[in-house]
Design a protein around this ligand. Structure first.
Ligand SMILES: NC(=O)c1ccc[n+]([C@@H]2O[C@H](COP(=O)([O-])OP(=O)(O)OC[C@H]3O[C@@H](n4cnc5c(N)ncnc54)[C@H](OP(=O)(O)O)[C@@H]3O)[C@@H](O)[C@H]2O)c1
Length: 332
């Protein structure tokens, strides 16, 4: 990976793979069905043991609970970690509201610093653009917070290709959280961010559909209160049919589905980081197995490339029918 696309903590000595971050949304235990917080803590601690130092969270996640869990992990060794959080989305009762004015972003950052018990964040991002506030105004607010040394880097999330073009003309290598995977193929957004952004892929397993557990069966397998009922892919017959076929192909070829999906994502052009959100130990194991697959087969690119993995080599190691199926994606 090109050097300018890599983000590191102040003390990078324990970082093994700066392109793999762990997301903490579902770890807060709200909206994802039955949850065991102690297990999520084990996931965080085990990820650290395995050399992961990049963690993504947000004040919005589980009303701040995800940030509070992360605090326990980074406590006493702050500089080893790259802590990324976000502002601009808040809970108003049971409703989600956009609040990304300069004042609100500043207030939310202070609350986040308090919950994490830290003096600075490595990265603070606009969670989603606020339709009432021009993106540029939110960006200027983030830059001001950076000027006050409360954050090392500022970033953005969920911009369209058009919004990138309009708002980041003058910028280079701004971290951008992009929803991208074989179901949600937003390659156009990654392409637009080639120069301007560090493209960080969020929701790589489409909230579990692309995993191997119960949630991979879609809406029928989750409770009526699960927030994933709002994800249209969980009830889309074409997505579910395509996903079932992916399960069959992986079974026929004795390949781990998570390894295949993560390899496909990391080999796409202009993917600079990937942020899966495991909340159970077996899910972290699946991610570590995917890394072993990439590393054992020497798929990881060297310094000059603009992707995590070599596309050419990845295609050689993923069975052709699985690769074609991932490339094609569901009919949407
Ligand atoms: N900026 C933004 O707007 C934004 C939006 C979304 C996410 N994010 C970031 O991206 C991270 C990941 O996204 P995500 O949580 O939406 O989706 P994800 O990583 O695609 O899926 C997470 C869910 O998938 C299931 N799963 C099954 N196998 C898994 C495995 N091996 N590894 C991980 N998960 C597995 C788990 O649910 P079950 O246990 O129910 O099976 C888990 O809660 C978040 O934690 C957050 O940091 C940012």
């Amino acid at each position: 990976m090109k050097k300018e696309k890599i983000l590191l903590p102040k003390d990078p000595s324990n970082v093994k793979r700066p392109w793999l971050w762990i997301g903490t949304w579902s770890m807060g235990g709200e909206g994802f069905g039955i949850h065991d917080e102690r297990e999520s803590m084990r996931v965080l601690e085990s990820a650290v043991e395995k050399g992961i130092r990049h963690f993504d969270t947000a004040g919005f996640y589980a009303h701040g609970r995800s940030e509070e869990l992360l605090r326990k992990v980074i406590s006493g060794r702050r500089e080893e970690f790259f802590v990324s959080s976000k502002g601009g989305l808040v809970w108003e009762g049971r409703r989600v509201e956009h609040r990304a004015s300069p004042k609100k972003l500043g207030n939310q950052l202070h609350e986040t610093l308090e919950r994490l018990n830290v003096g600075y964040l490595d990265l603070y991002q606009l969670h989603w653009p606020d339709t009432e506030i021009p993106v540029r105004e939110s960006i200027d607010a983030l830059k001001e917070l950076q000027g006050k040394e409360l954050i090392r880097y500022w970033g953005i999330g969920n911009l369209t290709a058009k919004q990138i073009k309009e708002n980041l003309k003058e910028e280079k290598n701004v971290p951008h959280q992009v929803h991208f995977n074989p179901i949600r193929n937003s390659q156009g957004v990654l392409d637009e961010g080639k120069e301007h952004c560090i493209n960080c892929v969020i929701t790589p397993l489409e909230q579990g559909l692309l995993g191997s557990g119960k949630s991979s069966r879609g809406g029928e397998a989750i409770s009526s209160k699960d927030i994933r009922n709002r994800n249209p892919y969980f009830s889309n017959p074409n997505v579910l049919k395509w996903n079932k076929r992916l399960d069959e192909l992986c079974h026929e070829r004795s390949r781990a589905k998570v390894s295949m999906v993560m390899t496909w994502i990391c080999a796409q052009r202009h993917v600079h980081a990937i942020i899966p959100g495991p909340r159970k130990m077996e899910q972290l194991d699946e991610i570590m197995n995917a890394l072993s697959f990439m590393e054992k087969n020497e798929l990881v690119e060297q310094d000059k490339a603009d992707a995590i993995l070599s596309l050419e080599r990845a295609k050689n190691y993923v069975p052709r029918d699985i690769w074609r199926h991932l490339d094609k994606g569901p009919l949407l």
